[in-house]
Design a protein around this ligand. Structure first.
Ligand code: NAP
Length: 313
């Protein structure tokens, strides 16, 4: 069988990190002979490893490509590309999942344990009445029960939090109260002393956190958004924060990134901005997902983690 030609179409500075990781992972699945390159005649390429910020937009010359394998979990920048007529897979790997559940668990614990009150309260006052409840008495809702949402919800449930989740289709996850569909959203929100948003950016999820849904949250709720900036209507959130209906928010993703330095989120006393670092794609673990999908392609097996273009994620 001829060696598959694999094009690495990501920013050039990523190559030094990815090349050894990809070669190692390809070797592990018996593909040491694969040709891994950063430039190739499009008609000779079998697989495209792709980062949407690489500049590659027109896939039509890649007439032989069996798949586009994205290095990113979110596919909103690719899913509408009509020149991608071959299967499109997104990134699902141990590193992204573990990174996200650590981020979510850590930031939920920050709010749950009222850490900010103690950090700001180093003033000689003995606030012995400020005792956090047990996790089982703290309600957390995770919007999105996909790979990252489910892992985060289950991590919180293992600690003991009273966890609910919301997805498009009905789900059954141990230890999680699962809601779905439009009717389920308000139920899920009513539950949320701490709300985590881990939905993809699609036509159906844009602006899901708006004036109406914010009003459905209990007074004093806190929000953690590592999903996508478009999920939240910023003006509605800022108003709810100023009114005190929402007590605090930790925002990792924004409609414009980097978040402009003049954006009101930076200056808001109850907002924590993190620079889209909730969970990064790491070369070592991502390469294993890529290599496994190429192995499957070569063996004539269906690809893993295919994007549903109709649904947009
Ligand atoms: P996923 O496995 O595709 O899961 C998406 C979840 O959202 C699923 O549970 C899905 O429901 C639900 N959903 C989609 N549309 C919905 C709708 N209209 N109503 C209700 N639920 C809906 O995605 P993932 O791997 O968990 O990743 C989630 C998102 O995290 C990504 O899309 C990306 O935007 C973001 N992300 C951020 C970072 C970061 O560093 N900040 C890193 C990686 C990913 P079903 O289960 O019914 O399909």
């Amino acid at each position: 069988m001829p060696a598959p030609v694999i094009l690495f179409a990501a920013k050039s500075e990523k190559w030094a990190e990815y090349e050894p990781a990809l070669r190692k992972a390809l070797g592990k699945v018996g593909l040491d002979h694969a040709v891994l390159v950063t430039e190739a005649e499009p008609a000779e390429v079998d697989y495209i490893i792709y980062a949407p910020n690489s500049g590659l937009q027109d896939f039509s010359p890649f007439t032989r490509a069996k798949a586009v394998l994205s290095l990113w979990a979110g596919v909103e920048d690719i899913v509408g590309n009509e020149t991608i007529t071959m299967p499109l897979a997104r990134m699902v790997d141990y590193g992204l999942t573990q990174g996200m559940l650590e981020f979510v668990t850590g930031h939920v614990l920050r709010y749950h344990l009222m850490m900010d009150d103690f950090i700001a309260g180093q003033d000689g006052l003995w606030r012995a009445d400020l005792v956090p409840p047990l996790a089982r008495d703290r309600k957390v809702t995770v919007l999105g029960l996909g790979v990252l949402g489910a892992a985060s919800a289950q991590s919180l449930a293992r600690i003991g939090f009273d966890v609910a989740g919301w997805s498009r289709s009905a789900k059954s996850l141990e230890g999680i109260t699962c809601y779905h569909g439009e009717d389920g959203l308000l139920e899920a929100l009513r539950h949320a002393e701490i709300l985590v948003t881990l939905l993809p950016d699609t036509a159906a999820t844009r602006g899901v956190i708006n004036q109406t849904t914010l009003a459905a949250l209990p007074k004093g709720a806190k929000i953690i958004n590592p999903g996508r900036g478009s999920l939240i209507e910023d003006t509605a959130l800022l108003a709810a924060l100023d009114q005190g209906h929402i007590a605090a928010a930790t925002l990792d993703v924004f409609t414009v990134e980097p978040l402009p330095s003049t954006h009101p989120y930076w200056a808001h006393p109850n907002v924590t901005v993190t620079p889209h670092i909730a969970s990064a794609t790491r070369a070592e673990t991502a390469s294993e997902t890529i290599a496994e999908n190429i192995r499957r392609g070569e063996a004539g097996l269906p690809f893993l983690h295919l994007v549903d273009r109709q649904a947009g994620y």
